[in-house]
Design a protein around this ligand. Structure first.
Ligand code: LMR
Length: 370
């Protein structure tokens, strides 16, 4: 079976770094992959060059590369859709400043997914504000189960591991189960202590709460702010937002979610639709939780004991997501966001939720090229 993978914003920097990871077998192993590259008409020319390069790489599993500016072509029967296309953040902007431009784009993306994607399609949203874009898209795609969507918080997860490893002077991969809670924004709560551990040289799992017992000041302050502000720091240094690390995190998130699953005793952070009020967070928003993955599905890891400090941090990021939801709702001119709280069996009878895509919506469909 050939996996049909659609990538929006394919001509951007993230797209360029991601394409080899999709095409080489890094994510899907030896399965055949057909690529659909979606871009605004102005960027189609540059994608023709990228297509030549993909052919020249002679990836054994890559069967075809389709270039299009029509989401209905890109998403037709797609099995996996990666949504990177959107207006990118620039210096001095917060990710939520992009709501105005990107909500309409994600509303159109959701409707196109609803219309033509495989009913089992899996959708990963990367463009910012990622959680709210994901919420808008899944709300519009009422035919597709909400469990088939997630937004990328694995980039923050990896950043958190990197900071802890540096602090402890251990290899990054020995750090497990840090958790990113909430929004992919400065309000997120990177949490080292609730279930994080380090695999020591003898293969023993040592809780980070023990290893950082004398360094709680760092774990509860500098560590958190450094992860919260890492995207901004990269923009300030590069003049462009992260691309290499964002592409790698996208590939790894897809691979763990859809192919390998999480290893025993391990979790990853994924921003998923909260229809169960996990950890007391209000349902109806896309919130990053610790997740286990198996058989192509994610499951929120429940039962972690959260300190009062952690609960407060969850409230702060939940509050921001509710504000973003309200802003997006206002732009769409509807109150769609609650509707996906109902059971999936009733969703097919829910009427189309937002205004239809217009030509002009698509004209603001900006590449993520930065
Ligand atoms: C990141 O975290 O690097 C990306 O979301 C880009 C950004 O705007 O920070």
């Amino acid at each position: 079976m050939t996996i049909k993978v659609a990538l929006s914003g394919a001509a951007g920097n993230i797209g360029y770094a991601l394409l080899p990871l999709i095409s080489s077998g890094y994510i899907f192993g030896s399965k055949a992959v057909e690529l659909r590259l979606l871009e605004i008409p102005e960027a189609i020319g540059s994608l023709a060059g990228t297509k030549m390069e993909l052919v020249d790489c002679s990836f054994p599993c890559l069967t075809d590369v389709v270039i299009t500016s029509d989401p209905l072509v890109a998403f037709n029967n797609a099995d996996v859709i990666i949504l990177v296309g959107g207006m990118p953040r620039r210096k001095g902007m917060a990710r939520k400043d992009l709501i105005q431009a990107n909500t309409k784009i994600f509303s159109s993306m959701g409707r196109a997914i609803d219309e033509v994607a495989s009913s089992d399609v899996k959708v990963l949203v990367v463009a910012n504000p990622a959680n709210t874009n994901c919420l808008v898209a899944l709300t519009e795609a009422s035919r597709i189960p909400t469990k088939n969507f997630c937004a990328l918080s694995y980039l923050d997860h990896q950043r958190a591991k990197g900071q802890i490893a540096k602090r402890l002077g251990v290899p990054t991969n020995s750090i497990k189960n840090v958790t990113i809670w909430g929004n992919h924004s400065e309000s997120q709560y990177p949490d080292a202590l609730s279930c994080g551990y380090c695999v020591d040289k003898d293969g023993k799992n040592v809780p980070l709460s023990d290893l950082l017992a004398d360094d709680k000041g760092w774990a509860n302050n500098e560590f958190i702010t450094s992860v919260q502000n890492r995207g901004k720091a990269v923009i300030e240094a590069r003049g462009l937002s992260s691309a290499l690390s964002a592409a790698q995190a996208t590939a790894d998130c897809l691979k763990i979610w859809l192919v390998t699953g999480t290893k025993a005793g391990e979790i990853i952070s994924m921003a998923v639709y909260n229809d169960q009020g996990y950890y007391g967070v209000r349902d109806g928003i896309v919130f990053s939780f610790p997740c286990e993955c198996r058989n192509g599905e994610w499951f929120v890891k429940e039962g972690l004991q959260l300190s009062e400090f952690s609960k407060n941090k969850l409230n702060i990021t939940e509050e921001e997501l509710l504000e973003e939801m309200a802003a997006a709702q206002e732009l769409i001119g509807s109150s769609p966001m609650k509707i996906r709280s109902v059971s999936m069996s009733t969703c097919s009878s829910v009427a189309s939720l937002a205004t239809a895509a217009t030509e002009s919506d698509m004209s603001v469909y900006l590449t993520s090229r930065m």
